[in-house]
Write a protein that binds this ligand. Structure first.
Ligand code: TXA
Ligand code: MG
Length: 329
C-alpha cells in the first residue's frame, strides 16, 4: 500500500493504514494525536501520562472538571481499568467495538492519570472501531480521547475539520476519511440493574432496552456527565429546530423528501429520511452551513427515535449554545 503522507504548514497528516508505528511513538513521547473513530475524531493521549493528558485540556480549552473517555483495545484491557458488573460486561460484549461508553468504578491500581477522570471514582471506557483500539493495543494501555474539537464547538467528523479547528495544537493527525456513525457514543451507567443513559449517541435506547430497563438521565438536574451541559456543539450563528417555514436569509438543514421552500442555502441530512445517514452528515453539514456566512440556520423536524434521539440532542445543545453566544454578542 502506498504511504500517502502529506504535510500542512504545522502538522503531519498520515492515513490510517500506515499510522500505527508513528502514532504510538508520538503517544509514548507524551504528545497528542488526532485519531478517527467510527463516531467522531478523537484527540488522543496516553491515559497514564499526566502531562500528556494535561495537553488535551489545554488544546481544547476544556474545563478540567469534565472527565475524558478512556479507549481500550478490548474487554480485558477495560477490566484492568474499571470494575465491571454483569450487566455492564454483557453490554460491552454486545456493543464493542462500537459507539457505547460504559461508566464503571475506577480501579485505582490501573495507573490512569487522575486528570482523566477529573478526580471521580468512576471511569468512562469504550472500545472503538478501528485504529484507536489498535493504538491502545500497541501502547499496552488505555488512550484518553475526547472529541477533537475546541470545547463547546462542533465535533469533527473528518481530518479536515480537526485541522480547521485545532490546527497546530495537534502533533500528528491520522486521516481515516469521514466517520461512519457521525455522532458520539452513547454513555451509560448501570444503576441498580437499570441502564441509565447519560448521553444519547450511536447505540439507541431501543437497542439497550433489550438488556434491561432504560432510564433517560440526559436531562438530570444534577449533571453527572458534564457533556450534558446545554451549550455545546455550537455553530457560530443561531440555529433553530423544528422549522416549518424559512425566513429569506435563513440557511436550511433539511430532512426528508420535502425541504422548505425559500431561504438561503439548503443541505439535506437525508433526502430519503434515513436517520443513520442524517447522523453521518449532521456535524459536517452544520459546519458547512455555518461556514457560508449565513446569519442563521433552520432545521426541519427530526423523528425522536433510534439515532434521531442523539441527533435532536446535539441540535438542542447547538441551538442553546448559539443562542447564548448571540445574546452575548
Ligand atoms: O464517541 C465518543 O464518545 C468520542 C470518541 C472520540 O470516542 N468521544 C467523546 O468524548 O465524545 P468527549 O470528551 O467529547 O465526551 C465524553 C463525555 C463527556 O460528556 C464527559 O463528561 C463524560 O463523557 N464522562 C467521562 N468520564 C465520565 C465519568 N466518569 N462519569 C460521567 N461522565 C463521564
Ligand atoms: Mg465532545
Amino acid at each position: 500500500m502506498i504511504v500517502n503522507r502529506y504535510c500542512t504548514a504545522m502538522v503531519t497528516i498520515i492515513p490510517s493504514v500506515s499510522a500505527l508505528p508513528e502514532a504510538s511513538r508520538v503517544l509514548r513521547e507524551g504528545r497528542l494525536v488526532a485519531v478517527p473513530t467510527e463516531t467522531v475524531y478523537g484527540l488522543a493521549a496516553d491515559a497514564s501520562n499526566a502531562d500528556a493528558v494535561a495537553k488535551i485540556y489545554t488544546a481544547k480549552g476544556r474545563p478540567n472538571f469534565n472527565p475524558l473517555i478512556v479507549h481500550v483495545a478490548d474487554i480485558e484491557m477495560a477490566q484492568r481499568c474499571g470494575a465491571f458488573d454483569d450487566l455492564s460486561l454483557r453490554l460491552a460484549e454486545t456493543f464493542w467495538p462500537g459507539p457505547l461508553t460504559l461508566i464503571v468504578p475506577l480501579r485505582p491500581e490501573a495507573g490512569i492519570a487522575s486528570a482523566v477522570t477529573a478526580g471521580l471514582d468512576t471511569i468512562a471506557l469504550r472500545q472503538p472501531v478501528g485504529v484507536l483500539a489498535d493504538l491502545a493495543r500497541e501502547l499496552g494501555n488505555g488512550i484518553a480521547a475526547p472529541s477533537a474539537n475546541s470545547s463547546g464547538r462542533i465535533s469533527a467528523t473528518s481530518a479536515q475539520h480537526v485541522r480547521d479547528d485545532l490546527g497546530d495544537k495537534v502533533d500528528l493527525m491520522i486521516d481515516g476519511g469521514d466517520c461512519a456513525v457521525g455522532v458520539e457514543s452513547t454513555i451509560v451507567k448501570v444503576v441498580d440493574g437499570a441502564i441509565s443513559v447519560l448521553r444519547a449517541g450511536g447505540v439507541s435506547h431501543e437497542q439497550l432496552s433489550a438488556f434491561a430497563p432504560v432510564a433517560d438521565a440526559t436531562s438530570n438536574a444534577t449533571i453527572e456527565s458534564p457533556g450534558q451541559l446545554l451549550a455545546h456543539y455550537a455553530p457560530r450563528v443561531p440555529l433553530r429546530m423544528n422549522a416549518k417555514e424559512l425566513a429569506d436569509t435563513e440557511a436550511q438543514l433539511a430532512f426528508g423528501a420535502s425541504p422548505l421552500q425559500g431561504g438561503g442555502m439548503t443541505l439535506n441530512l437525508s433526502a430519503t429520511g434515513d436517520l443513520d445517514e442524517a447522523a453521518h452528515n449532521l456535524f459536517a453539514m452544520m459546519k458547512a452551513l455555518d461556514d457560508t456566512g449565513t446569519d442563521s440556520i433552520a432545521v426541519q423536524p427530526i423523528p425522536e427515535r433510534g439515532i434521531g434521539v442523539a441527533i435532536n440532542d446535539r441540535l438542542r445543545r447547538a441551538a442553546h449554545g448559539s443562542r447564548r453566544e448571540g445574546d452575548d454578542g
